[in-house]
Design a binder for this molecule. Structure first.
Ligand code: ADP
Length: 273
């Protein structure tokens, strides 16, 4: 399902001395089944924006549609929207609490009054999607796992709800290089589920270059660039004006392109590695 925003604005603590306009006339179209990266400096509005996708926040003006659902102050059936839009907030492993991995991943589906067999099938599928073997980890305590594995269990818990859209906020934050690499690979592998739309907030241009096929660039509460990552990365100077530097490899491609003809396709780097 597409997510479309037209002139969406949001202000925190409106009418108080702490008033802060966090989104200012935001426009975009996130295509269904895309891998969309949202990049931007700290404070540019990324977290505020994604909290609108499952109705945690509602636009104060403008229009936001998630599939057929209009996210507005008057939206009643927010639980249905939350079923469809799975959110993985920063450090999601802090919310693991069950004694075993299987119970933790099953927590969401159990809210739907499904048959036990169906719950187990969802748990198996979700663990497999994040690259974990059910038979190896199901009976382990989540706290016996590495930080990266715990994070994957937390993501599996959201996938077990079978959402149509998966939103991840800085999924590699705080992991060691190997854990970070594994999570990124997991995200890239999620592409196997073709119908899932994945939206990933990151401050790392290098990370989004690895998986995104659609990019939103945010600056001071507005989406200032949108489109194919290859086209976005070609506008190095504009990105720099938003405080975003190309990762070293892309920067190198950019410099070389100034001298050679035909141009080296950025896709050589951004293609799945
Ligand atoms: P990002 O995710 O890109 O770092 P945020 O959406 O968190 O940006 O923040 C956008 C702006 O809104 C920032 O100026 C931030 O300080 C402000 N902001 C975020 N959350 C709140 C809040 N709960 N109350 C007031 N201001 C907030």
């Amino acid at each position: 399902m597409d997510i479309v925003a037209k002139n969406v604005s949001y202000t925190y603590s409106e009418g108080t001395p702490f008033e802060k306009r966090a989104l200012n006339n935001v426009n975009f179209r996130i295509p269904s089944a895309s891998f969309t990266g949202i990049i931007g400096h700290t404070g540019s509005g990324k977290s505020t924006l994604i909290q609108h996708f499952n109705g945690l926040l509602r636009p104060m003006s403008g229009m936001l549609k998630v599939g057929d659902v209009t996210v507005s102050a008057s939206l009643k059936n927010v639980s249905e929207l939350r079923r469809q839009v799975g959110m993985v907030f920063q450090y999601p492993e802090h919310q693991l609490f069950e004694e075993t991995v299987a119970k933790d991943v099953a927590f969401g589906p159990r809210q739907f009054a499904l048959a036990e067999r169906e719950v187990e099938e969802r748990v198996r599928d979700a663990l497999s999607l994040v690259g974990l073997e059910y038979d190896q980890v199901a009976e382990m305590s989540p706290f016996q796992l590495s930080g990266g594995q715990m994070r994957r269990v937390a993501i599996a818990g959201v996938l077990a709800m079978r959402p149509k859209v998966l939103v991840l906020d800085e999924p590699t934050a705080g992991l060691d290089p190997q854990g970070k690499e594994d999570i990124l690979q997991t995200i890239v592998d999620l592409k196997r589920t073709e119908s899932l739309t994945v939206i990933c907030v990151s401050h790392s241009m290098e990370d989004v270059a690895r998986y995104a096929d659609h990019l939103l660039v945010m600056h001071q509460g507005t989406v200032v660039m949108e489109g194919d990552p290859i086209a976005v990365f070609q506008k190095r100077d504009q990105l720099q004006s938003y405080g975003l530097d190309l990762p070293p490899v892309l920067d190198w491609v950019h410099r070389l392109n100034a001298f050679v003809e035909p141009q080296i396709p950025y896709a050589l780097y951004t293609a799945e590695q």
